[in-house]
Ligand binder design. Structure first.
Ligand code: NDP
Ligand code: VSD
Length: 270
């Protein structure tokens, strides 16, 4: 059934997720887009279909809130797999941001962001893992953020949700590695998307000034890196060989250094 990729992309109707879907579609994949707004999904489906590389390719749309009812999320993702075949990659892009000073943010900001950005990645991942384990293959991508590596002014509600994804990814990786399932985490910088434009409307001045120290990326570029990393990590054997080489190169450099120091000190004593 699957001589082509079968990715499911949450948040696939906009921004980074849309570009990830296009990137996979250009490689011949059958795509499932997951987001809430049906019109946006259909519009994106049409846009993606322009990039088809063969006439069998399909773009399936699922309208669901990834952060609300786990049972429902599980059902719709399973239904999609019945239609298109087993998913080989899940890219968790659905997410949103609210900025503001800690004391100015309402409690529901903290609750909603944790629900969408964190649980909204847990639910779809939990739904696809059993099939991936059975098939002894799969990839799951979590889209964190540079604000998931550093806590920055204005991001008290957002950053923790993105830090959480890293903890989830590392613990889950240890569990699923024996099943040949690979987890990657992306940490994108500010990226030009509808979500970013929305976020920028209410950013505190401090956050703006901090953000302006680094430039805004294009969503296409971020998506390309996300897809490439997800595929590269699968080449487990190459990674191991690569690490071995790095280790052996380090020891060459170390030997040369010791050699050079020795000959320098004998030069001095002569
Ligand atoms: N743009 C940026 O500067 C950066 C973004 N990121 C992260 O990348 C991801 C994508 O961001 P970006 O492309 O900017 O976002 P956009 O706002 O442009 O797109 C978000 C997508 O997620 C969907 N979505 C949002 N909430 C839910 C939900 N509860 N259930 C299902 N789908 C949902 C939206 O569709 P709908 O609303 O119809 O549901 C839409 O398809 C986010 O996780 C974000 O935190 C990370 C670093 C930088
Ligand atoms: C090793 C770590 C390197 C860190 C470099 C520091 C750069 C600071 C710039 C601030 C960037 C803020 C990113 C938030 C992006 C985001 O997730 C939102 N735009 C979502 O909408």
């Amino acid at each position: 059934m699957t001589d082509h990729g079968q990715p499911q992309v949450t948040g696939g109707s906009s921004g980074i997720g849309k570009c990830v879907a296009i990137e996979c579609y250009k490689q011949g994949a059958f795509i499932t887009l997951i987001a809430r707004n049906e019109n946006k999904l259909l519009q994106t489906k049409k846009e993606i279909e322009k990039y088809s590389v063969n006439d069998k390719q399909v773009v399936l749309c699922i309208s669901v809130d990834v952060s609300k009812d786990y049972g429902h999320v599980e059902n719709v993702l399973k239904q999609a797999q019945e239609k298109l075949g087993p998913v080989d990659m899940l890219v968790n892009c659905a997410g949103t941001s609210i900025t503001g000073k800690f004391e100015d943010l309402e409690m529901n900001c903290f609750e909603n962001l944790m629900a969408v950005n964190y649980l909204g990645s847990v639910y779809p991942s939990h739904a696809v893992i059993p099939t991936m384990k059975e098939r002894r293959m799969g990839r799951i991508v979590f889209v964190s953020s540079q604000a998931g590596q550093l806590g920055l002014f204005g991001y008290t509600a957002y950053s923790p949700t993105k830090f959480a994804l890293r903890g989830l990814a590392e613990a889950l990786q240890m569990e699923v590695k024996p099943y040949n399932i690979y987890i990657t985490v992306a940490y994108p910088p500010d990226t030009d998307t509808p979500g970013f434009a929305e976020e920028s409307k209410t950013k505190p001045l401090e956050t703006k000034l901090i953000s302006e120290t680094s430039s805004v990326c294009q969503a296409e570029q971020v998506a390309r890196i996300i897809v490439k990393d997800a595929i590269m990590v699968c080449m487990g054997i190459f990674r191991i060989v690569g690490l071995f080489y790095l280790g052996s190169f380090d020891s060459i450099v170390r030997r040369c250094m010791i050699q050079r120091e020795k000959s320098e000190s004998t030069d001095k004593t002569e």
